[in-house]
Design a protein around this ligand. Sequence first.
Ligand code: SF4
Ligand code: SF4
Length: 104
Amino acid sequence: MNAKETPQNVPVSIDTKRCKACDICASVCPAGVLAMAYDSTSTLGSKVSIISEETCIGCCDCELACPDFAISIASKHEFNFSKLTEEAKQKARILKDNNFRIKD
Ligand code: SF4
Ligand code: SF4
């Protein structure tokens, strides 16, 4: 799979081989979809994780912001994305307050 191919029926996919765990994608996501999870094998001690796939609105902000071209967002023609709900915004706020880390 190259960086721009997205598996079917999946809104967001991440090429973990390209990801360096910088957390930029999690910081720009308005819907609380992406977060950093503890990973002792990673150089930075964490890895990006898709924690709320169902709230992805397909805005592509993460894809555009990733410096390593590690994220692919499904085409709006092929995936029925969510609307940006208050619940999703709240998820994003909670993650921001925890430096985009998944709470233990
Ligand atoms: S912005 Fe890209 S490199 Fe940084 S954590 Fe997200 S997927 Fe990984
Ligand atoms: S496309 Fe938008 S809502 Fe979906 S994970 Fe990326 S930044 Fe978040």
